[in-house]
Design a protein around this ligand. Structure first.
Ligand code: ZN
Length: 246
């Protein structure tokens, strides 16, 4: 079984269509580490796609916020405005679906799916130190997470936590053979709003039988996604950051 691992789609139709087309033929099932909506201008399209294609999913903090399950006070102004806009734009059925998403971690096959960290769905795992601090909460040999919008992740080696390589800027793929008996926390990167200085849509392919992970990137029509954000009168920063990958 080959899995397409998605995270942080953030209502970006152009990026999700490009990622799905790029991954065509390489996977049998699709799973998602949360944040289907928020920031982008196509929330109903994104949810409809996920409902039709995704077989395992956990909620993200933006999913909670857009579903009205969250006090928006702690969000920055742009995130708050987009959460409110998304909440108002969603169909009643999609709003109900969003509200019912489970908190992670959940187990799919032999691996875990979660949004932030295994200890707290809102926690950011940015550094090897962050990963070392929550190592005791890691229950599965392989866990996929999102939230930081940074492709890569961590190998919890007995001699210390190590960073995983992401796709180099000049390539579309970086394949990693996972070592046996070593836990991994793996971030496929963000489909719809990358923040690792690479504006290309990010995702991963995972084959549990061979313990192979491919980090992948694909260019998409950033300008079309930006124009939709601007014509929806969402905060301009949400359009600008897409071309920077930041
Ligand atoms: Zn996110």
């Amino acid at each position: 079984m080959r899995y397409l691992i998605l995270s942080d789609i953030h209502s970006n139709r152009e990026a999700l269509e490009a990622a799905a087309a790029h991954a065509h033929g390489l996977y049998d099932r699709v799973v998602c580490c949360g944040d289907v909506v928020g920031y982008g201008a196509d929330p109903n399209w994104a949810i409809d796609w996920v409902r039709a294609h995704v077989g395992g999913i956990v909620r993200g903090n933006h999913d909670r916020a857009c579903a009205g399950l969250e006090d928006l006070e702690w969000f920055n102004a742009a995130a708050r405005a987009s959460a409110q806009w998304t909440h108002d734009a969603l169909t009643p059925e999609n709003l109900r679906w969003l509200r019912d998403l489970p908190a992670g971690p959940i187990t799919v096959d032999s691996f875990a799916l979660l949004h932030g960290s295994p200890a707290d769905e809102d926690e950011y795992l940015l550094s090897t130190r962050d990963a070392a601090e929550i190592a005791e909460y890691v229950e599965r040999s392989v866990s996929f997470f999102g939230h930081t919008h940074m492709q890569g992740g961590f190998m919890l080696h007995r001699n210390g936590v190590r960073l995983l390589p992401r796709t180099p800027l000049r390539l579309q793929e970086e394949t990693l053979q996972l070592e046996p008996d070593t836990p991994y926390l793996i971030n496929p990167g963000s489909v719809g709003q990358p923040r690792d200085r690479d504006p290309r849509a990010a995702y991963a392919i995972y084959t549990p039988e061979s313990r192979l992970v491919s980090f992948r990137r694909v260019k998409y029509d950033v300008q079309a996604a930006q124009e939709k954000i601007r014509s929806a009168h969402l905060p301009g920063i949400l359009a600008e950051r897409l071309e920077l990958g930041a």
